[in-house]
Design a protein. Structure first.
Length: 99
């Protein structure tokens, strides 16, 4: 949780020169001439805040899916091994018949 909080707080540290200005405070700024830049900036900041958390959640989901798959595979292999090692298994009978 500390790592997530560190990423979130690191993205919020902006100097005043990197925050879009209004027409009243800076009439010669480029974002006043092109207001669409402010919308793009807002969407990029939203992506910076959301994507790290989303990626971590997807990695955890993938890990849980792989753990579940691995558990099912090992359980199936363990069952096959137990059936093979049983003294009354059909594999043992096949060996005795072929000798």
């Amino acid at each position: 949780h500390i790592l997530l909080l560190t990423f979130a707080l690191a993205t919020l540290q902006f100097s005043d020169q990197y925050v879009p200005q209004t027409a009243d405070s800076c009439p010669e700024c480029v974002e006043v001439a092109y207001p669409m830049l402010v919308s793009i900036w807002v969407y990029m900041i939203a992506a910076i805040l959301i994507l790290p958390f989303w990626c971590i959640l997807m990695l955890l989901w993938c890990k849980l899916q792989l753990d579940r798959w691995m558990e099912l595979s090992v359980r199936h292999l363990n069952g096959e091994l137990r059936n093979t090692l049983q003294p009354n298994s059909s594999f043992g009978e096949q060996l005795s018949l072929s000798s």
